[in-house]
Design a protein. Structure first.
Length: 154
C-alpha cells in the first residue's frame, strides 16, 4: 500500500508549502487503513461520513458531529461512507511555526508538555459550524487575501 504525503498531494505548487492551508476533501468510496505521512498539523472538520485514525495499537473514531485535531506524523486512516453516498470533510492544515505562535499568543503556560496523545477530538458546535461556513464563503477569494484571513483566524 503506497504512503500518501498529505497535504502535499493537495497543493498546486508542490515545491512550496504554505503555513496555513484549507482543503475540501471528498470521496465516494470507503478507504480502509490508508498509510498517511501527515506533513503538517491538521484539523479534520468532518461533515459527512466517519473517520477512524489508527496509531500505536489503538484507534479513535469521529463522526459528523465531531472534529479531529492531529499532530503531524505517520498515521493509518480509515474513511467511511455512512448513509450518504459520499464522504466530505474540510481539512485545515497549519505548520508547527503557526502552532507555536498561536500558543505563545493565547496561553500563559510556558511549560512543555511531555508525551501527550497526538490527537484531540472536539464536538462541533455553532461556532465551528459558523467558522466552516465562513471558510467556504471566502474560499473563492484570491490566495493572498485568503492567507491573510487564515492568519487572522489562527
Amino acid at each position: 500500500m503506497p504512503i500518501e504525503n498529505i497535504p502535499q498531494i493537495y497543493l498546486d505548487d508542490k515545491k512550496e508549502t504554505p503555513d496555513l492551508f484549507v482543503y475540501d476533501f471528498k470521496m465516494t468510496s470507503d478507504v480502509v487503513k490508508s498509510k498517511v505521512n501527515l506533513g503538517m498539523n491538521m484539523f479534520s472538520f468532518l461533515q459527512v461520513g466517519k473517520k477512524q485514525v489508527h496509531f500505536a495499537g489503538t484507534s479513535v473514531a469521529v463522526n459528523k458531529d465531531q472534529s479531529l485535531l492531529l499532530k503531524k506524523g505517520n498515521w493509518l486512516w480509515t474513511e467511511l461512507l455512512e448513509a450518504e453516498p459520499s464522504y466530505y470533510c474540510k481539512l485545515f492544515f497549519f505548520s508547527q511555526l503557526r502552532l507555536v505562535e498561536f500558543l505563545e499568543k493565547h496561553t500563559n503556560n510556558k511549560d512543555e508538555v511531555e508525551d501527550e496523545d497526538p490527537y484531540f477530538i472536539i464536538r462541533n458546535n455553532a461556532y465551528i459550524t459558523s467558522y466552516l461556513i465562513s471558510l467556504s464563503t471566502i474560499s473563492i477569494a484570491p490566495s493572498v487575501f485568503l492567507m491573510n484571513l487564515h492568519s487572522i483566524w489562527f
